[in-house]
Design a protein around this ligand. Structure first.
Ligand SMILES: [Zn+2]
Length: 448
């Protein structure tokens, strides 16, 4: 690994945006100053913006197990790198068996180390009956624990009933690790879904109506209350509505230790897009109407969203056709997060670049206690994305490096082209192509 200086880039951090040179040595940022002396190599980055490498805290790369056919670590991590990402946290499903025991943790870690081009960390799961495994998963270095309040879509990962959730939150609090919650009220969406089935209402609109915002609000209310009582850290994933964000932010004001995540698809699409695009834009909670999308943007710009993650969850193309209700729910967007934030946020709504650096890197690293990542500062890991924030591109399926090149973002135009992605001082993506074979490293959070 050679030492080098990135010259003349506009450095983007949560605290400032300014032009500087950045010196890298042994994979670590050594200095950020104007006019640094020469190194073995220079990268001329005049006119480009240097972001901290994107940390995607929520992906489903599905390895090991049969769903590796839907997405794998080799392809998923390459797509992440092409979007400026240097680190991902893989969810405990849809790898099968799911990451709910130490044994499955070891299997997944080995699979990811063998194939990833970016660094990674692993979520463990909370399911009925695995409470006794949580301490061992914590010892292994999980980033936190994921629980579903409704059906997960996978029989192998049952939802956390109230007792499982309560005891899981208390155990996670004891272990000092956050709990990620899929917040939708099981009874409500189950009953509404059954009613739709009975009435033969099998359209896309019917599906959207079966998972209303109120189901998300009720679940957020319950999860934040229980987490507060348990003294647990809560991370509410993929909040789909501005009202959901506001409700969680109120809990935070009351002293509940909660972080709020939303995804680019809730910021990009509306119910009408889902009707037009079909199952490629199906996810849960579902994409909302344009009013709710703008509410979500308002909450984000107000500062109430902490983290943006892709919730990249593809399937095989066959699972995305036919009856919408039976199609796989999950959106493939791991490569597009930064482009969405630049186009829809920075260019269209005046979202400051500093906030983007916070949402994609600084907050993910600090919330999940990875002190040397997510920052552009001397001593931090040289995880970087060099971006032309004004260059335009229209996403073509051939540009996507994921396994199945389907994404609702195909055909959309963006301002914001990732020119180069650097992971621990090594260029892993540049000029539209991946530059390494693998070399992803397991990242462990600080112990409590
Ligand atoms: Zn997910």
């Amino acid at each position: 690994m050679r030492d080098f200086v990135i010259r003349g880039a506009t450095v983007v951090t949560p605290e400032y945006v300014r032009e500087a040179d950045v010196a890298i040595e042994d994979g670590v940022i050594r200095a950020i100053e104007p006019e640094l002396p020469g190194a073995a190599e220079d990268i001329d980055a005049k006119g480009l913006f240097l972001f901290p490498g994107l940390i995607d805290v929520h992906v489903h790369f599905n390895e090991p197990g049969p769903h590796t056919e839907w997405e794998g670590v080799a392809t998923g991590s390459r797509a992440l790198a092409a979007g400026g990402g240097t680190l991902f946290f893989d969810m405990p499903l849809n790898s099968v068996p799911c990451t709910v025991t130490a044994r499955e943790f070891d299997r997944k870690r080995a699979a990811l180390e063998a194939a990833s081009v970016t660094d990674f960390a692993l979520w463990g799961g909370i399911v009925p009956g695995n409470l006794s495994q949580m301490a061992e998963l914590a010892d292994r270095g999980v980033i936190g624990f994921k629980a579903f309040l409704c059906h997960s879509g996978l029989e192998e990962f049952p939802r956390a009933d109230d007792l499982t959730l309560w005891e899981g939150l208390r155990e996670a609090a004891r272990l000092g690790l956050p709990v990620a919650i899929h917040a939708e009220n099981h009874e409500l969406i189950q009953s509404l879904g059954r009613r739709m089935m009975r009435e033969g209402r099998l359209g896309i609109r019917d599906f959207l109506l079966s998972r209303p915002v109120i189901a998300e609000l009720e679940a957020i209310q319950r999860a934040t209350f229980l987490a507060g009582e348990a003294g647990a850290k809560l991370h509410i994933i993929h909040v789909s509505s501005g009202r959901g964000v506001a409700l969680a932010a109120e809990a935070k004001m009351r002293g509940v230790d909660v972080s709020i995540e939303t995804c680019p698809h809730y910021l990009s699409f509306t119910d009408e897009d889902v009707e037009r695009l079909g199952a490629i834009a199906k996810c849960a909670p579902p994409v909302r109407d344009s009013k709710e999308r703008e509410n979500l943007w308002r909450e984000l710009i107000r500062g109430n969203v902490d983290v943006i993650a892709s919730d990249h969850s593809p399937s095989s193309p066959e699972r995305k056709t036919g009856n919408f209700w039976n199609a796989w729910g999950g959106i493939a967007g791991v490569q597009s997060t930064l482009a969405v934030l630049l186009e829809q946020g920075y260019h269209s709504r005046g979202l400051p670049l500093e906030r983007i650096a916070s949402l994609i890197a600084a907050e993910p690293a600090s919330r999940f206690r990875i002190p040397d990542r997510g920052r552009l500062a001397p001593g931090a890991s040289a995880d970087l994305a060099l971006v032309d924030v004004v260059a335009t591109f229209t996403l073509k399926s051939g540009d996507l490096l994921q396994r199945h090149t389907m994404s609702p973002y195909v055909g959309r135009s963006f301002r914001g082209v990732v020119k180069q992605t650097i992971r621990r001082g090594e260029t892993i993506f540049a000029d539209g192509t991946i530059k390494v074979r693998n070399g992803g490293k397991f990242v462990r959070p600080l112990s409590k």
